[in-house]
Design a protein around this ligand. Structure first.
Ligand code: ATP
Length: 199
């Protein structure tokens, strides 16, 4: 599994559509200060489900939409598409190439797609869980992250190993099952109350 391409349109400084192909090996992005290098890694984080505007160096989520310049109108929508090679089948989906799309509109509305089928953020999270590429994964290392990891609490460090070991999805499924069990118990108690009132 590897990232093949990222397409950005209306995202931060990328007013016009920009497509970057990642070839095998190392891709280095160089450019003058303020030319948009970090905006590319922000786009990667964002399309993979980042929900914190602060992590994306903004105040609110709409700040990722191109804000306009002296001679260019602002945009109403930001879109990022990340194309991932899945020929090894690490992503649990029957496609050798997977395109994850995220859009946000000025109204605050968001849309997510997996291979052009609209889905929920949860579906994207589940798709990439345990692969290390999620926003909390160990593959995206931002500035200061290494220092964070070293000085982190042991529990937080453990989360990194759990993601690498591939057990995060089971932990998440267990938490979901526990929530459902709890809701069912509450319903059962209400039914028992009604039954004893009738009897
Ligand atoms: P450095 O080398 O200094 O870290 P960089 O190449 O990483 O810089 P970025 O931080 O990616 O640059 O890009 C900053 C530029 O992106 C700024 O010029 C800023 O005005 C622009 N920018 C950020 N958000 C938006 C937005 N929503 N609309 C338009 N431009 C934006």
């Amino acid at each position: 599994m590897y990232f093949k391409r990222i397409d950005m349109h209306g995202f931060k400084s990328f007013a016009e559509p920009v497509s970057i192909e990642f070839n095998h090996g190392i891709t280095c992005i160089v450019g003058p200060n303020g030319s948009g290098k970090s905006n590319i890694s922000d786009a990667l984080r964002w399309v993979l489900g980042e929900q914190s505007p602060k992590t994306l160096r903004g105040g609110k989520m709409e700040d990722v939409i191109f804000a306009g310049t002296a001679n260019r109108k602002s945009r109403g929508m930001a879109e990022v598409v990340l194309v991932i090679d899945n020929s090894t089948g690490i992503l649990p989906i029957d496609y050798s190439e997977v395109a994850i799309t995220r859009r946000v509109f000025r109204s605050g509305e968001s849309e997510y797609y997996i291979n052009n089928n609209q889905c929920r953020l949860k579906d994207i999270r589940e798709l990439i869980m345990d692969t290390g590429i999620g926003v909390d994964g160990y593959s995206l290392i931002g500035q200061g992250k290494i220092a964070d990891i070293v000085s982190n609490k042991p529990e937080s460090r453990r989360e990194i190993f759990e993601e690498a070991a591939g057990i995060v999805k089971y932990r998440s499924k267990k938490a979901e099952a526990e929530r459902k069990l709890e809701a069912t118990n509450v319903n059962l108690e209400r039914v028992n109350d009604i039954v004893s009132e009738i009897e």
